[in-house]
Ligand binder design. Sequence first.
Ligand code: NAD
Length: 389
Amino acid sequence: MAIDIQRDRRIGMTCDSADSQYISARGYCLADCGISELMESNLADLGLGKGWSKNPLHEITMSEVSALLRLEYWFAFGGLTGSYSYPMGILVTGGAGFIGGHTLRQLQKEYPNTQIRCLDNLSTGYRNNIPNGIELIEGDVCDFRILSGLINDSLDGVIHLAADSRVLPSLQSPNLAKKSLESNLNGTLNVLTAILETGKRIPFVYAGSSTAYGDHKAPQGEDLLPRVQSPYSAGKLAGEMMIRSYVITFGLWATTLRYFQVYGPGQPSEGSYALVTGIFLSQAKEGAALTIEGDGSQSRDFVHVFDVARANVSALKIDGKGEPINIGTGKSHTVKNLADMLSPNQVFLPPRKIDLPATQSTTRRAKELLSWESTITLEDGMTELLNMK
Ligand code: NAD
């Protein structure tokens, strides 16, 4: 038996047995083989932390590599025989959406041999956002039956993006606010319950939002007390709170990523789900005047969706304690500045009823916990989008 450091840096062991099936060096897999306790104590003897053996997507360190090489000896002489297989699987809710499609692509890149599935009700998402090779299960996260069928102990991670995903619709009427809250609260609660019912620790990543900071002065760090300003924001934050309480109460492994203003290929450009970057781009391409709401002095931390997709996948690899992590660039641009990058043809409209003055992420926690930072500047990202057909 040889230890094989997989291309995706997940540690696995390949058996030299006839069918050479892949097994992963984890408590779970070994529990399937009936030697979990022996395995845990061996891992500890070898200097591997307890948590390590349970998170399949954990990024490996050099000291763990050396511990695993010693573990190889144990396997060679410990007499583990036969062949074992362990199906890897990741579920993305809301995978047909803007961020979801890019997250699925990033997962395929990092985990080419993993079964990746997507649950989406296609309310704002599109089939063609889903790359080939990924199964779409058309359904609603508010339907617990569907979720509990999909989330079982063969899963190794869940990224939960499905939501009524924008502030604006939630401001339009009490009924739309109720719809947003019901969908976001019940959906998240269902996913959490289904994960916990498996009895297995499945890394869970939640799409939080920088709207939690409300009108706090920029830059906004994770330790600020939230100041929600919209029903959408209240729903997103309530999801975070549920997660945190489940981490403490039930030992859930979860990470909340508070995305700032996400933009990039496939962003919505019309209707109440449109993003300012998408609206300006389509206006600029049509030769129409860019419509700036208010005086354009409101500023945003615009983060590219490729970077966000990387953050989502990185967050699966840590043993999350439910703390929020900002996903932003650390830089803020005014809406006027964004418009100036695209066209001098601009008109000013009345301001929105509720429009946050400024968002700007702090970046320390993402670097420390996820080893993540943004790589694409707004200027480069927008120029590329402008040149795209
Ligand atoms: P999106 O609307 O493009 O994607 C959401 C996806 O979820 C869509 O495919 C939609 O069909 C699906 N969906 C909605 N409700 C569902 C339900 N009840 N059951 C199953 N599927 C459902 O939005 P996005 O920009 O990709 O956002 C993804 C996540 O990130 C959302 O949770 C959103 O709140 C959060 N977020 C986005 C931004 C941003 O700037 N885009 C910022 C902060 C947070």
